[in-house]
Design a binder for this molecule. Structure first.
Ligand SMILES: Nc1ncnc2c1ncn2[C@@H]1O[C@H](COP(=O)(O)OP(=O)(O)O)[C@@H](O)[C@H]1O
Ligand SMILES: [Mg+2]
Length: 503
């Protein structure tokens, strides 16, 4: 039994998929990118119910026959093998995205200077006839919005008109409706700057995107969610995880504390939805952002939720388009679900990044509680020149070092040589990897090991009555790592002096 869906009801249902204007335009730009476009020009013109939005690209374009084919729902289908760089998926994007915003969609395309052609889905016409009837040529009065294509060798333009979801049916002179339109447009720009930031970034970007103009002042600038060029951003090493269909790549970032940015930069870094909403994983498919911040239902006994203290945690997650079914990518490309195989690993890494982010947030700018300048630390950060690099040096003032160098001056050079060797060979990469594998860095070392070091240092401090036990204990309370173990310090044997610690 041949039982095709009624055209009118199907289209109306598809209109309700829930695209925002920004998401719809992003889906059209996906096609432009897949068609090899280097430039996309968006024109959004306000004129009440005659308002229109046009998306023009300089990609490879299509022939008439191709155009008719791809304007059909579900062409090309999801079963078609796609090039690894293709951003499409179900053969629905162009149609569902356009219908979600407009009742009239005209697509004109031209390839290698051949005569261009235009076809139009007019939803009122479809509703009237209840047939999948594509109209040839532009509607009356619409052709003038397609003229930009004439000057190009190859390219495609998608014209959205009768924007019933964008502008309510109002007169062009309504100032409220006009400003509402402009606000939506600003939101679209922000959305595109985020979704395509990896295409838009750099001095020779893969894609240039313009809104309502062709010169540089109309170019959409990339929004980098990771502030990856800011010196105070902490990044974990890039990690590759193997899943069934192609490997994924993950990198964690802890963004700088508010104090490290000026007010405007901090507000901008928050992103279109704000700091708290934009924490978590940023999932990319072929460098195109699908999800702008989500904890992907990972977590402990309960899934993590977005909370203020973790707002500086963001992770970049790249998935290949070969793994769409594993990740359950939906039509709108707005959902992604990590396969079970890599969930534990993602959870561990995310948990580490979250933890570090919470510390930066709480300690106002540095991952370690270095705020307490009274404490004598074992390691001291020493910036190298004007680069972003930091080198860590063993603190020569630390009593564990001083006791040796002062009492055994003959060993001074040897000790210095030993310390420098250690400093220059800190296994930074290994520490990162191990920390990520265990999910966290322990704040407290093994108390037994601390105790034995404490006993040795304490004995040296009070040897031959050099210092009273009481003073030594007071000092130890301000010396790393013993300052974290006041209970061990209190228990130290004071038999040599007999005084009690009263602090
Ligand atoms: N701007 C464009 N330039 C060239 N070809 C395009 C363009 N937009 C759409 N197409 C063609 O139309 C097809 C269908 O697009 P679409 O409905 O978005 O589905 P999908 O992107 O999932 O393939 C694309 O695969 C592509 O071949
Ligand atoms: Mg598409």
């Amino acid at each position: 039994v041949h039982a095709p869906p009624p055209a009118s009801a199907t289209i109306e249902a598809l209109r309700g998929l829930g695209y925002s204007l920004g998401a719809a335009i992003a889906d059209l730009i996906d096609n432009s990118i897949a068609a090899g476009a280097g430039n996309v020009w968006i024109t959004a013109h306000w004129s009440g119910k005659d308002s229109f939005i046009a998306i023009l690209d300089d990609g490879r374009g299509m022939s008439s026959a191709e155009l008719i084919d791809v304007l059909r729902l579900g062409r090309p289908g999801p079963g078609v093998e796609r090039s690894p760089s293709d951003l499409g998926r179900f053969g629905l994007g162009l149609k569902t995205a356009s219908f979600s915003q407009a009742r009239r969609v005209t697509v004109a395309s031209r390839r290698n200077s051949a005569e261009g052609d235009a076809f139009c889905w007019d939803l009122d016409h479809v509703a009237q006839r209840d047939e999948w009837e594509l109209l040839q040529g532009a509607a009356e009065g619409s052709a003038r919005h397609l003229t930009a294509l004439e000057d190009m060798e190859s390219g495609t333009i998608v014209l959205l008109e009768l924007l019933d979801r964008v502008v309510p049916t109002v007169e062009a002179s309504d100032p409220m409706a006009h400003s509402h339109f402009l606000r939506q447009l600003a939101g679209v720009e922000e959305h595109l700057a985020m979704v395509f930031h990896r295409f838009l970034d750099g001095t020779t970007p893969d894609l240039r995107l313009f809104v309502n103009g062709r010169d540089d002042s109309h170019r959409v600038r990339a929004w980098d969610p990771f502030l990856s060029r800011h010196p105070a951003t902490i990044a974990t090493p890039i990690e590759r995880m193997n899943a069934h269909r192609g490997s994924v790549e993950v990198q964690g970032f802890v963004l700088p504390h508010r104090r490290r940015l000026d007010e405007a930069a901090f507000a901008k870094a928050g992103g279109p939805h704000g700091w708290t909403a934009q924490q978590g994983f940023y999932v990319y498919r072929n460098r195109r952002l699908l999800l702008p911040g989500s904890w992907l239902a990972l977590g402990g006994t309960r899934a993590w939720t977005k909370e203020e203290p973790y707002k500086l945690a963001r992770l970049r997650l790249d998935i290949p388009n070969t793994a769409d079914s594993d990740w359950r990518i939906d039509v709108r490309k707005s959902l992604a679900d990590p396969p079970d195989q890599i969930r534990p690993r993602l959870r561990d890494l995310a948990s580490y990044v979250r933890d570090t982010a919470r510390r930066v947030f709480a300690f106002r700018g540095s991952a370690a509680p270095t705020e307490d300048s009274a404490v004598t630390y074992v390691w001291l950060p020493a910036p190298i020149g004007r680069t972003n690099q930091v080198h860590y040096k063993i603190n020569r003032e630390h009593p564990a070092v001083q006791l040796v160098t002062e009492q055994h001056r003959d060993l001074k050079d040897a000790v210095e040589g030993m310390l420098r060797t250690i400093e220059q060979n800190v296994p930074v990469q290994r520490i990162w990897v191990d920390a990520i594998e265990r999910g966290e860095i322990g704040d407290r070392a093994d108390p037994a090991a601390v105790k034995s070091a404490l006993d040795i240092i304490f004995a040296e401090m009070i040897r031959d009555g050099r210092m009273s036990a009481r003073d030594a204990k007071h000092q130890l309370l301000m010396i790393e790592p013993f300052h974290k173990y006041p209970e061990l310090i209190a228990e130290l044997d004071e038999s040599t002096e007999g005084g009690a610690l009263d602090a």
